[in-house]
Write a protein that binds this ligand. Structure first.
Ligand code: SF4
Length: 425
């Protein structure tokens, strides 16, 4: 029986894909190991969203050359970068045996057999139709993810995802319910519905708000969330469904990307700063306790100082609860990849300013948690106690040994750095 190891780079979607691969391989009789040294087969599940992620994955592949020559049986490079750089990987890293795109994972057991029997390589990077239905994913976590769509048709001008993950397709509602049912039976209490843009979900006349309503009611999961929500497709109906269903958490992750309309247009985001503010206003009016998080890219080609400052002003105005902040990374093949980039120093400086502003907001918002009580679902033991999450997706530490999966009300008694510390009430 072969032992395998998976190293995962990149976003939550990739982590979810690694879970799918785990299930496919364990169903085929292979066993997962935590240490690559013990493995006969190693997969590197790669990300292409930023150049840095690709460089890290390529660096990791290089470190496995000796392992492959001396001990390893199969080395597979899979995922988005495998799709984007298949030819380069095969030429520059000849010790790699499998190069597979995000839609080829069901075929991995057959490909392992093929390359070991024939001492050859396989490249399969076709994408476009796989939704990974009927996979019996298992989980020993308190919180987990269920993908509801794959691929993306939006072609934001900076983004490589539509090129490497293919057209957007929605997973059958019944299959989503089936997977959620299995996870809940295994003890999962917090499930996030996952997609590049969940708001575009559409299957047999069921749109995203309807899907949310169905899964919240039919599965009765303790906590339900969703990620990511493109502002151009955000409907008020989503707010209504959250208000109707107590198990849907009041957490909205709405990528802003830029606070300037010209840059948003160049990014092909299809909403304006005013549209975005309108959504935030509606959320805050209907659900005052909602937490709102975002993604922002700084240094997009041609972004002027004034345009960057508009982003800063908007960040200060909205006061996001958290933000993933990135510097623009050129992705060849995308529309924005044709524009001349800004100097690296300018981009770095802008990111530093944005992080400074947003961190201050987070510190202030975290301080506001002092003396308040939150429902916390505990997820894992830490060196100083147990970490749990509020409904608003905020981490809380209680300096006590608490069983993961338990739910308690926690009074916040101290803020350490950016982390709220509390005690059970
Ligand atoms: S919505 Fe835009 S940023 Fe998100 S995956 Fe699709 S193209 Fe990329």
């Amino acid at each position: 029986m072969y032992k395998y190891y998976i190293k995962t780079f990149g976003c939550q979607m990739n982590k979810n894909d690694s879970d799918i691969i785990n299930q496919i391989l364990t169903d085929d009789g292979l066993s997962l190991v935590e240490n690559p040294i013990e493995a006969d087969i190693i997969f590197i599940n790669t990300c292409s969203v930023r150049e840095h992620a690709e460089q890290r994955a390529l660096g990791y592949i290089s470190t496995l050359k000796k392992w492959r020559e001396k001990k390893g049986i199969v080395l597979g490079v899979i995922g988005c970068m495998a799709k984007r750089l298949a030819d380069e990987i095969i030429t520059e890293y000849p010790f790699v045996d499998l190069v597979l795109g995000p839609d080829s994972y069901r075929k991995i057991p057959a490909y392992i057999k093929f390359v070991t029997e024939n001492k050859t390589k396989v490249i399969d990077v076709e994408v476009g139709s796989e939704s990974y239905t009927n996979i019996e994913k298992t989980s020993h976590r308190v919180s987990d993810f269920v993908s509801i769509t794959r691929g993306c048709d939006n072609y934001c001008s900076y983004c490589i995802v539509p090129f490497v993950r293919g057209r957007m397709r929605s997973r059958p509602t019944d299959d989503i319910l089936r997977e959620m049912g299995c996870l809940i039976e295994l003890g999962v209490k917090d499930i996030t519905l996952l997609g590049q843009n969940v708001n575009e979900y559409s299957y047999n006349g069921i749109n995203f708000p309807e899907l949310l309503r169905i899964v919240a009611k039919k599965t009765g999961v303790f906590r339900l969330r969703f990620l990511t929500s493109h502002p151009k497709d955000f409907s008020e109906e989503i707010i209504n469904v959250i208000k109707e269903n107590k198990n849907i958490c009041e957490w909205f992750h709405l990528p802003l990307q830029s606070g300037n309309n010209r840059i948003l247009r160049l990014m092909n985001r299809k909403y304006t700063k005013e549209d975005y503010l309108g959504i935030i206003k509606k959320i805050k009016k209907n659900i005052p306790e909602a937490t709102i998080t975002t993604d922002i890219i700084v240094g997009f080609p041609t972004e002027s100082e004034e345009e960057f400052n508009e982003t800063i002003e908007l960040v200060k105005q909205i006061e996001f609860d958290d933000a993933y902040m990135y510097r623009y990374s050129v992705r060849l093949g995308t529309k924005a990849g044709e524009y001349p980039p800004l100097p690296e120093e300018v981009i770095k400086q802008r990111l530093k300013i944005l992080i400074g502003v947003q961190n201050q907001i987070i510190i202030e918002k975290t301080k506001q948690m002092m003396g308040k009580t939150f429902e916390v679902l505990f997820e894992e033991k830490t060196h100083n106690g147990t970490r749990g999450k509020t409904r608003g997706n905020k981490d809380v530490i209680v300096e006590q040994n608490i069983e993961p999966g338990s739910v308690f009300n926690v009074l916040i008694t101290e803020i350490r750095g950016r982390t709220p510390i509390g005690r059970l009430t």
